[in-house]
Write a protein that binds this ligand. Structure first.
Ligand code: ADP
Ligand code: NI
Length: 217
């Protein structure tokens, strides 16, 4: 199999695994991250094979669905990649990216070592903001039976991964706990530019949300 065939085959496999998932972690999230990673990667001169594989496999076994175990993702990714006879150095790189990628709270840094890691992280974070990000936030909240908004319930800037993963606040608080913090955490210039615009859109959205909440026009 050449690399194009490997990517197509893995995309198919990932799509199959995600069928029926509605918490905001679905094939179409992976698809958007994959497309955005390609967009950024072409401009940044990234290794596109590593980049595309990491984008496709980045949420293959999210820790949230494995009782906080963040070693399951890289393990499954390794199986899928070995099954396609991908070279060991590529597998190691992709698994490193998957293991270190995710957001772990306002006060926790998650630095990526390589350009390809930085780009997948940017693409994943861009999908958490803007119009799609807003939709995902409420979809996730609904999936977890969280209220949209409780006036007076303050957001928490989590200082540890555990505290962040245990949080169960209203969905609107998630804007302050994560979404609005992402624009300053982008790794690449293009992602920063896209994030600026999506950020403004979320600020306008919140402004309208509170006005409508209080019966204003
Ligand atoms: P990612 O796929 O970017 O790693 P997560 O796994 O953290 O994102 O979460 C999936 C989606 O659900 C994201 O859009 C995220 O912002 C949203 N989400 C995560 N935690 C919460 C929460 N406590 N309330 C509302 N939305 C959330
Ligand atoms: Ni993701």
């Amino acid at each position: 199999m050449n690399s194009k065939m490997v990517i197509e085959s893995i995309a198919k496999e990932v799509k199959k695994r995600f069928e029926g998932e509605s918490s905001g972690h679905d094939w179409w999230h992976v698809y958007r991250v994959w497309k955005m990673a390609q967009h950024i990667g072409r401009e940044e001169g990234a290794d596109m094979y590593v980049l595309e594989l990491a984008a496709l496999l980045h949420d293959i076994a999210d820790h949230k669905f494995h009782n906080g175990d963040d070693t399951v993702g890289p393990k499954i990714a390794r199986q899928v990649l070995s099954g396609h006879k991908v070279p060991d150095d590529v597998i190691d790189h992709v698994c490193e990216i998957i293991a270190t990628l995710s957001y772990k709270g306002a006060g926790v840094t998650t630095d990526m070592r390589t350009l390809e890691g930085k780009i997948v992280q940017d693409a994943d974070r861009l999908d958490a903001i803007g119009a799609v990000g807003i939709a995902r936030c409420f979809a996730y909240g609904g999936h977890k039976n969280r209220p949209m908004h409780i006036p007076g319930e303050e957001p928490v800037l989590h200082q540890s991964k555990d505290a962040y993963f245990k949080s169960a606040g209203p969905s609107i608080n998630h804007f302050y706990e994560k979404l609005l913090l992402l624009k300053d955490r982008m790794n690449t210039k293009i992602a920063r530019r896209i994030a600026e615009e999506r950020h403004k859109y979320m600020e306008d959205y919140l402004d309208r949300f509170y006005r409508e909440w209080e019966g204003e026009a």
